[in-house]
Design a protein around this ligand. Structure first.
Ligand SMILES: C[S@@+](CC[C@H](N)C(=O)[O-])C[C@H]1O[C@@H](n2cnc3c(N)ncnc32)[C@H](O)[C@@H]1O
Length: 241
């Protein structure tokens, strides 16, 4: 796939996630054998540990990270924001089923133009979403927005698939992502194209060390990252000074 950018990418991504919203959670469980739940738990821990106040999950899809934020002792309320009504409807219904309808607000909105005042949140997360921002500059704009709405002393955490370094299991994992995942997507979600885009978008994304540099450029301090998932996933974090 040639790299798609800008407005075309935004429309492509919106159409793709609208089509798969109903099967999105099942696909995540199947593709990762449930491991995405551990990665999300770790991301929320890194974002919220020791903080109190409100939490935000940007491009939050069906709400996993937002609901996990709302379960943290110090987080009085969580907001899940996503571009798509189909995703927000799922997030709202999952927050209700989790017994947290009052603790999680699910909102339509654009990660590139967050509808919140500066310094509103104690912490902000984004999971598997920065990769889908339109270029050029979409990732930087989304990060700048996340940093803007977090209060000084607050924290940002980003969970993302990451291009794999050569060696180790990377050959097997690349084969899995490029051949098995599209097949599962075609059978389970009825959408081979959506799950062909996934590995291609990872190949076109920045490596974990470069993403850490982007968090620093966005104004975060004490930036760190941890590679997980046999080298296929990274969680990044940083503090707003
Ligand atoms: C791969 S899903 C990730 C969902 C969720 N964060 C998770 O970890 O399961 C990517 C999400 O980003 C959303 N998205 C893409 N571009 C967006 C934008 N500009 N603003 C808000 N949400 C966006 C999509 O609608 C989709 O729900």
């Amino acid at each position: 796939m040639a790299e798609i950018r800008g407005e075309v990418k935004q429309q492509y991504v919106a159409s793709l996630f609208s089509r798969i919203a109903d099967r999105y959670d099942l696909m995540n469980d199947l593709m990762t054998l449930g491991l995405h739940r551990n990665w999300k738990a770790r991301t929320v821990r890194l974002a919220a540990q020791g903080l109190s106040g409100k939490g935000l999950d940007v491009a939050g899809g069906t709400g996993d990270l937002g609901i996990a934020l709302a379960r943290r002792a110090g987080i009085e309320h969580a907001v899940v924001l996503d571009l798509l009504p189909g995703m927000i409807a799922k997030a709202r219904s999952k927050a209700g089923a989790a017994g947290l309808p009052e603790n999680v607000t699910c909102l339509l909105g654009d990660a590139l133009d967050l509808p919140f005042a500066d310094d509103t949140f104690a912490c902000c997360t984004a999971g598997f979403s920065l990769r889908n921002m339109p270029g050029p500059g979409g990732v930087q704009i989304a990060l700048a927005e996340m940093v803007r709405v977090v209060r000084p002393g607050g924290r940002v955490a980003v969970l993302e698939l990451t291009p794999m370094a050569k060696g180790g299991l990377s050959g097997i994992l690349r084969w899995y992502f490029h051949h098995v995942v599209p097949l599962i997507g075609s059978v389970v979600a009825g959408d081979r194209a959506a799950y062909t885009y996934l590995p291609q978008s990872v190949d076109q994304f920045v490596e974990a060390v470069a993403l850490a540099g982007m968090l620093e450029d966005a104004g975060l301090a004490l930036v760190g990252y941890k590679i997980m998932g046999f080298g296929a996933v990274a969680v990044h974090w940083g503090n707003k000074p």
